[in-house]
Design a protein around this ligand. Structure first.
Ligand code: PHB
Length: 388
């Protein structure tokens, strides 16, 4: 009896080092901060679903360790984003931070990335200056100057000379307003009025009245993902579509998350963007099908693609760094080139920003559904915000 107890104690003692060695197989953690609630919740829902899809499809194991994604909800409140990032770095020891639904959230977190040398992958926010806020920022979304310049060029080529612009009054809107106006003016067009609405709870009625009074050939609009449907509804209710004012914009206003429910007012709207669910390629067809299947038929939008490509850039980077974070992971993200559901894309080794095709698209009814149908593109476009 005594001997058996002794043996048991011995076995337990021997098992201890084995338990200790479990540390070598601790998961590699990635912190994903998204607006899962509040005004930008559709962005969080889309990116979270895309990251989950990528993880389920690839199930990455790197240097014998699983990769774990920790999702945190910042309700698109920059103070929250910053606090959550700090906790993820200090307590959870994440190798990378990712997500960032709006520019102020990304800007608030950039100093933490710099101080802790943690790569920070921006999957949604799109103000040009974000990549300059920290040398650890890498972007897989897009930039507003890319989309605004592309649609301005289309307007110039299509005889649109007199335009009013309407943007959301913060970083990406200010970029959109400036780059659209600069380009269209350069080519002989004119922006006769520049209107802005607040990011939180915007009321479009007063600005739409001003648009009507100015009677431009076209109205150029940037609003953050999630506001497009409400805007379209008021545009139609005020009869602006019938008044012959052509609606153009960045693709955020014909967001695939909401487009199919916008109704006839969206038909014919021309926008420029890096992703459409209707993009014709085998890689995208496979992505859209798998995304819908995993999410009750939900159509992926450009936010989903920013998330899908962002987690890919992190996982491929970790493979090259053998699971290490910091400078090694950052170096392994720079210069990555691959075929995304959006088309070919590159993480510029110098700017850490995304280089991709900017498509010009028109909303059409295809097989009973509203789609952004691509008909032209500026190839391999860098961020015009950085070529100064
Ligand atoms: C941003 O805050 O940078 C942002 C948010 C939503 C968009 C585009 C940009 O659709």
């Amino acid at each position: 009896m005594q001997k058996r107890q002794l043996l048991r104690a011995l076995a337990a003692a021997l098992a201890l080092p084995a338990l200790g060695s479990v540390h070598a197989a601790d998961p590699i953690k990635i912190g994903l901060i998204l607006p899962m609630t509040g005004q930008q919740a559709s962005t969080g829902r889309q990116i979270d679903a895309a990251v989950k899809l990528y993880m389920a499809q690839n199930n990455p194991v790197i240097a014998g360790r699983k990769v774990e994604v920790i999702v945190k909800d910042d309700a698109s409140t920059p103070d929250q984003t910053r606090r959550l990032a700090q906790e993820l770095v200090v307590n959870d020891k994440v190798v990378a931070l990712a997500g960032f639904g709006i520019t102020p959230s990304a800007m608030a977190t950039a100093p933490i990335a710099t101080q802790s040398k943690t790569p920070m992958v921006v999957m949604a926010a799109a103000t040009s200056a974000i990549t300059e806020a920290s040398p650890f920022v890498v972007r897989t979304s897009f930039t507003l100057p890319q989309a605004a310049v592309a649609i301005a060029e289309w307007a110039n080529k299509n005889g649109i000379k007199k335009v009013v612009s309407l943007v959301s009054d913060y970083g990406p809107g200010i970029d959109a307003e400036k780059y659209f106006a600069d380009r269209i003016t350069l080519n002989g067009g004119q922006v006769v009025d520049k209107l802005r609405t607040p990011l939180r709870a915007p009321d479009f009625a007063p600005v739409l009245q001003k648009v009507r009074d100015a009677s431009p050939q076209a109205l150029f609009v940037f609003l953050p993902s999630g506001q497009g449907a409400a805007f379209m509804k008021q545009f139609a209710e005020r009869g602006l579509d019938k008044a012959g004012i052509k609606l153009i914009g960045t693709g955020d206003i014909t967001d695939d998350d909401q487009l199919n429910d916008m109704g006839d007012v969206a038909l014919g709207v021309v926008t420029a963007h890096h992703y459409a669910a209707a993009h014709k390629s085998p890689v995208n067809q496979k992505f859209v099908e798998a995304f819908k299947k995993a999410n009750n038929g939900m159509r992926p939008n450009f936010m989903a693609v920013g998330g899908y490509d962002g987690i890919r850039v992190i996982v491929e980077g970790l493979k090259a760094s053998k699971g290490e974070g910091g400078e090694k992971l950052l170096a392994a993200m720079k210069g990555q080139i691959f075929e995304s559901p959006r088309g070919q894309m590159l993480i510029d080794g110098q700017t850490r920003d995304v280089v991709h095709d900017m498509y010009v698209r028109k909303v059409e009814r295809v097989g009973g559904e509203l789609q952004n149908v691509e008909f032209d593109a500026i190839k391999a476009m860098k961020d015009p915000g950085k070529s100064k």
